[in-house]
Ligand binder design. Structure first.
Ligand code: ADP
Length: 576
């Protein structure tokens, strides 16, 4: 991190130095532009006819010339414009009407006078002897037709407005002349201090030209601290540290200096470096973030794999469970089948006395008919014997009917679901119990309706009705009116079959438990308590329901509801 910061600092410092160099270039060109703006003026004025005439021996026209110079000076916005004769005495000046008028003043001691008289041009920076205002003096020689120099035109340019422009920024700007004198600067305290040693020789030289008037000479305390590359130097001026850069100007010996405030530069460098450092930090953070993200993604992937493995394990366990469940169900069903069979046997057992009685009657009748037939045969009454045989045949068919029902009922058949008529099932149960019903003197009301269809195993549904009817017969046994009514009808999408009796009905605690296996209120040997629980299981397997209620007029009613099935054997779906 420290390396990153150092690197960024060096780069930021380099950047600041390049910027300083650019600033110097800019300042130099503004100085150049300020001077160039007026360079044409003395040269042009030197050709002026009036100027030549005044210098050529017509001083009377000097006032008119001054007025002219005043106008031109105002238009050009130079500090002053004046004409000197060959002795260096001012003969006409733009400021002729002011208190500080140059007219009549001798400026021959000024270096530019000597220069212009010998070379034709002169330039000089100094503080005005009369006005006490600093300025840049630019002079051009005035010549006769033969080329003889008879005087000069001088323009004084005010450069101090430049200082105002420089004053705005941090740091400082200064221009030094060939003696190291600070002639222009954005720091008022540094003005006219000498950048370099103040020698007696220099003092004498400046006094001779009155260049800077009465300004006391003093050195500018500049102390080099550290060379920064080729162009810059860290130095101490007064209390403050600066990074100084300089550049030579076109004027002989002049230089412009830009001194950037070290504190400001340092803090800029610091913040730029910090910013660059921050950039690095951001980059490193980004790398860390990407790494973190990769880890998170990997973790997610791992989690997904774990989850998938868990799901697979669970699925395996579940399928094992399903297999186990199916086995248990199969086992249960087998057990239930056994129970149903046991129930059937129990029902048969209960019916056995009645059946025996039922079979005994035709058997006794057959015996009687056989005996009487034998007598009729012996008598040769073949016709009566034949009539008897027909009676015997009828009785045998009746007995066979009873036995057939019993055999069908008692058969232990596997469950075979099919579309069936529940009314036919009721009728078969009624036929099976016909003997008992008759013996118990029960009035059974049953009008089988047509066209009801349910899905299920007919043998099992038969058993449900045998159970309900047998219970009903038992229930009405002690009642004065022994009546059982069975009804079957379509209700919505169901087939509802009711078995109602005129018995005593059920007390509420009995009603709560009738469908429990082995629940019975009957004496030992008379009831096993299995009939209703098996019936409940059979109806539930068919997708239906069974419940019991007491009838308002007395007695119990069992209500069975089974889903109706269309004639085609399809389940009737809702909304059809
Ligand atoms: P079980 O007939 O062998 O007792 P069930 O399961 O068929 O066994 O009947 C259980 C009990 O329900 C009977 O003992 C009886 O108390 C009661 N019960 C069944 N049907 C009727 C009915 N129609 N009227 C009154 N009670 C009934």
């Amino acid at each position: 991190m420290a390396w990153v910061y150092q690197r960024a600092r060096i780069e930021a410092l380099d950047g600041a130095l390049v910027m300083g160099q650019q600033r110097l270039g800019l300042y130099a060109s503004t100085i150049r532009a300020a001077l160039d703006r007026f360079s044409y003026l003395p040269a042009t004025m030197a050709l002026d006819r009036e100027v030549i005439e005044v210098l050529g021996g017509h001083p009377s026209q000097a006032a008119a010339l001054s007025a002219k110079l005043e106008t031109i000076n105002a238009g050009a916005r130079s500090a002053s414009l004046y004409v000197m004769d060959r002795r260096g005495v001012t003969v006409a000046a733009s400021n002729w009407r002011t208190e500080t008028s140059y007219v009549g003043n001798d400026y021959s001691f000024r270096p530019y006078f000597t220069q212009v008289m010998t070379t034709g041009t002169g330039r000089f920076f100094g503080i005005g002897v009369t006005t006490k205002l600093p300025g840049y003096f630019l002079a051009s020689a005035v010549r006769t037709a033969s080329g003889e120099i008879i005087g000069s035109v001088v323009v004084k340019i005010d450069l101090e407005t430049l200082e105002e422009d420089w004053g705005g920024g941090d740091g400082a700007v200064m221009v030094t002349d060939e003696d190291g004198m600070v002639i222009l600067t954005s720091r008022p305290l540094w003005k006219y201090a000498v950048d370099g040693p103040v020698t007696t020789e220099l003092r004498r030289k400046l006094d001779a030209t009155q260049r800077y008037g009465a300004v006391p000479l003093r050195p500018l305390e500049r102390q080099a601290l550290l060379q920064l590359g080729e162009t810059a130097r860290l130095e101490q001026v007064g209390e403050s540290a600066f990074v100084a850069q300089s550049q030579a100007l076109d004027e002989e010996g002049w230089a412009i200096h830009y001194l950037a405030d070290w504190e400001v530069m340092e803090s800029n460098v610091r913040s730029t470096a910090a910013l660059a450092g921050l950039g690095w930090v951001a980059f490193i953070l980004l790398l860390l973030y990407l790494r973190q993200r990769r880890l998170v993604l990997k973790a997610k992937l791992d989690a997904k794999e774990t989850l998938e493995r868990l799901v697979a394990q669970r699925t395996e366990a579940l399928s094992a469970e399903i297999v186990e469940r199916q086995r248990t169900e199969r086992h249960l069903r087998e057990t239930q089948d056994e129970l149903i069979h046991a129930g059937k046997m129990a029902a048969l057992g209960q019916m056995s006395t009645a059946i025996a009685h039922e079979l005994n009657q035709p058997l006794a009748a057959i015996q009687t008919f056989v005996a009487s037939s034998r007598i009729f045969v012996e008598r040769g009454d073949a016709e009566t014997a034949g009539a008897n045989l027909t009676m015997i045949d009828d009785l045998c068919r009746r007995m066979a009917d009873i036995i057939r029902h019993l055999r069908v009922f008692a058969r232990k058949s596997p469950v075979a679901s099919q579309v069936m008529d529940p009314a036919a099932s009721v009728s078969r149960a009624v036929a099976l119990l016909a003997v008992r019903l008759r013996q118990a003197d029960v009035d059974l009301v049953w009008a089988p309706p047509q066209g009801l269809m349910v899905a299920g195993d007919p043998g099992r549904l038969d058993q449900v009705f045998v159970n309900l009817l047998a219970n009903a017969v038992d229930a009405v046994a002690q009642s004065p009116a022994r009546r059982i009514q069975v009804d079957a009808m379509a209700v919505g999408e169901d087939v509802v079959i009711t078995v109602a009796d005129s018995g005593p009905g059920l007390t509420s605690d009995v009603a709560d438990r009738v469908f429990e296996p082995f629940f019975t209120t009957k004496d030992v040997g008379e009831g096993l308590g299995l009939g209703l629980s098996l019936s409940y299981g059979i109806i539930r397997d068919m997708g239906g329901s069974i419940r019991v209620e007491n009838r308002s007029g007395g007695g119990a009613v069992f209500l069975i509801s089974l889903p109706a099935v269309g004639c085609e054997g399809l389940h009737v779906t809702h909304g059809k």
